[in-house]
Design a protein around this ligand. Sequence first.
Ligand code: G3H
Ligand code: 13P
Ligand code: ZN
Length: 310
Amino acid sequence: MVVFVNRNLVSASDILHDAVKNKIAIGAFNFSNMETIQAIVAGANELNTPVILQASASAISYIGFGYINAMISAASEESAVPLVLHLDHGKDFETCKKAVDNGFLSVMIDASSLDFEENIAMTKEVVEYASKYGVSVEAELGTLSGVEDEVSVAEGKAFYTDPNQAQEFIERTGISSLAVAIGTSHGVNKGKTGNPRLSIETLKKIKDKVGDFPLVLHGASSVYADVVTKCNSYGADIQNAFGITDEDIREAVQNGIAKINVDTDIRLAYLGAVREYLARNKSNIDMRKYLGAGRDMAKEMIKRRLKTFL
Ligand code: G3H
Ligand code: 13P
Ligand code: ZN
């Protein structure tokens, strides 16, 4: 069992309840390497806001728990704002247990593809284990998909989170935060022909049922056109790229969203900068130059997104 002793490493529930009360959201950014950890911590410090650093199972297998622990420990020594180390989309009890045992103070169990009762059972098992160590648990209810997909509900599958089920799920599992499906999806292709709009109406109905309980928005990247254009102008081929508008994000924050997950925007910012650097500096062989350019642009993206959450 890894235990960090640093006042700047906190669990998500320490900061998410205050976020709801203050009608702000905490940024939850995925990291893939040292440079993205540094970018997230520097961006949050420049805006003086706590931040959640999250690793997916594939990021953990790429970096390794040992390196993650060492880098997060170093980051927390440098950070003046509280940091949360969070497992993103843990797919089963074992994945979540491993994260808890390796010092994560917050985990997500994503059993949203299971039926309601099975989702509750698996989530409860994780809550029982995690709560022994003061680790907060996020779970998910509903299916992340675009607004267009909602039209096919007639086929029998409910995509958006059901407000009544949300309340029951929270009561029966003892989770600390709930990811809701209100029209977002992961990755660069969020809308088929334009930026998808969030169902703020669904969110308001959920909030009416759950009050000040912290809600989480996954798939929240904005996929800004200027960033995609930059990537493509330096040789990428990213098509049909649309994200969530800043306007919808602000409205979601006013209506109970307390944690906002962003990965794709960081990837795009980083990629654009690396591609530009390599295209303009063809004789360069120093990786610190292009990875550093990626890190700088990722930090700017973190700040750009955080400004719409606060
Ligand atoms: O929600 C998914 C994140 O974007 C993580 O993606 O599994 O490729 O690290 P990944
Ligand atoms: P994006 O793909 O929109 O960045 O969403 C990331 C996410 O939800 C990570 O859990
Ligand atoms: Zn997600």
